[in-house]
Write a protein that binds this ligand. Structure first.
Ligand SMILES: [Zn+2]
Length: 433
């Protein structure tokens, strides 16, 4: 019997005008309860009182609050989503305290903030008592002509675009309203854990240097290497997005045209983000399928200094890629290893280890004092392969000759192939590392 794991299945939903109104009210009530919790805790903190437990908060901010005239409208929405809003606020506080004490790893979590009506995305969550699927199937099979509709307590039934089959009865559903005006339902479902499959190259270690011009330079412990490009369409989509953003800035504030353009920009944003996510999934899946160990520079991108908008967007992409890679590695029994913090993967020569200092980004090839001629990115990837992926077998397999071969400059042919693929050298924000 396989263990179960939780998966999310997301579908677009099409609420009619009445359901849209009820949803707007539900988003509002969930937000008010969340904010009341944050306000209550701030007041208690000032008076040196302990923070509210979830149970106390539910009694005080839902049950008791409904009796007061200024909160009686809370009764108009399902109590299930209000309780969930309290639980979410409670979790936000627990994450903050665990992050403070060091029990929660990773990036620092701040104190919960008030939610704004104007924040990008509105969401509410229903547990099993608050929703069901009614009157039909939840799959895409052609023999099932009646698609099931999503029933939400005190909101009604909403058509769902079942783009793929929902494998079993969902345990909860999160409804989101995106800035470009669409609605989505994300179900959590228990699915049997997939059995791990051995890597296509047993025991092989990959060292990855994530780049700005290209997605990554990858070297393998069997002496092969490759450049993984950014998807060809990403640059075009980014250009379209920047044009749309400029056009938005020119539109008169408060005008209908501006509102329309704003939705267009949001929709392009989502498109670009989806493409990036899709590419990250594909690259991570292939690396996991083929290798036993993947060596990276860092597991947390948030620690890097932000120097420009372009770079921070790249950082976000890398952070996303690393978390996908980590999740797939756990599923498939692979290892993701990071170099020690501050390891100078770009500055050190992979042959003699000499650290010759920072190199401006335009330096693609450099020569070490020991005579080695090195490709900037492949040298960094080889260092990561050695250090992060470096158990002794790998070190032995990766003798000096192999390293020299892995870190050598790219040939003109490499460059020509990449030009055909639509990647060309571009000016990037000057960054020294
Ligand atoms: Zn050297």
């Amino acid at each position: 019997m396989n263990a179960l794991m939780i998966r999310r299945y997301r579908y677009e939903i099409m609420p009619g005008p009445a359901a849209q109104q009820s949803l707007a009210r539900a988003f509002g009530c969930a937000r008010v309860v969340f904010n009341d919790y944050v306000a209550a805790n701030r007041a208690r903190h000032l008076n040196n009182q302990p923070f509210l437990s979830d149970v106390e908060a539910q009694r005080l901010l839902i049950t008791a609050a409904k009796k007061a005239p200024e909160r009686e409208w809370l009764a108009e929405v399902s109590v299930v989503l209000l309780q969930q809003s309290i639980r979410d606020a409670g979790t936000a506080y627990r994450n903050f305290f665990n992050s403070l004490s060091g029990r929660r790893k990773g990036r620092r979590v701040g104190l919960p903030k008030f939610k704004s009506k104007h924040q990008g995305e509105q969401s509410i969550r229903f547990t099993v008592n608050g929703f069901s699927i009614r009157g039909g199937h939840t799959n895409t099979h052609p023999d099932n002509p009646t698609p099931g509709r999503l029933y939400l307590a005190k909101i009604g039934t909403i058509p769902v675009r079942w783009s793929r089959a929902l494998p079993s009865a969902p345990k909860s559903v999160t409804i989101t309203h995106t800035p470009d005006g669409r609605y989505f339902a994300s179900f959590t479902v228990d699915v049997p854990e997939k059995a791990a499959v051995a890597p296509a190259h047993p025991g092989r270690v990959a060292g990855i240097d994530l780049g700005l011009n290209e997605f990554a330079a990858v070297v393998y412990s069997d002496g092969t290497r490759e450049i993984i490009d950014n998807p060809r369409f990403a640059r075009a989509a980014a250009r379209r997005l920047s044009r749309a953003q400029k056009s938005l800035n020119r539109k008169v504030k408060g005008s209908k045209n501006r509102a329309k353009q704003k939705r267009r920009v949001a929709s392009l944003h989502r498109h670009v983000a989806n493409q990036r996510l899709d590419h990250a999934h594909q690259v991570a899946a292939r690396l996991i399928r083929e290798n036993q160990t993947i060596a990276v520079e860092t597991l947390s991108i948030t620690g890097l200094a932000r120097t420009s908008l372009a770079k921070s967007i790249h950082d976000a992409g890398w952070g996303q890629f690393l978390s996908i890679l980590g999740a797939k590695a756990v599923e498939q029994n692979r290892t993701v290893a990071a170099a020690p913090a501050g390891f100078p993967s770009t500055r050190a020569c992979t042959l003699c280890g000499t650290n010759s200092g920072a190199k401006p980004l335009h330096v693609r090839i450099w020569t070490c004092a020991c005579g080695a001629v090195l490709d900037r990115d492949y040298n960094a990837a080889t260092n990561l392969l050695m250090v992060a992926g470096g158990h002794s077998e790998t070190l032995n397999a990766c003798g000096a000759d192999v390293r020299r071969h892995l870190a050598r400059p790219r040939s003109d042919r490499d460059a020509a192939i990449r030009d055909e693929a639509g990647t060309r050298p571009t000016r990037t924000p000057s960054r020294v590392r």
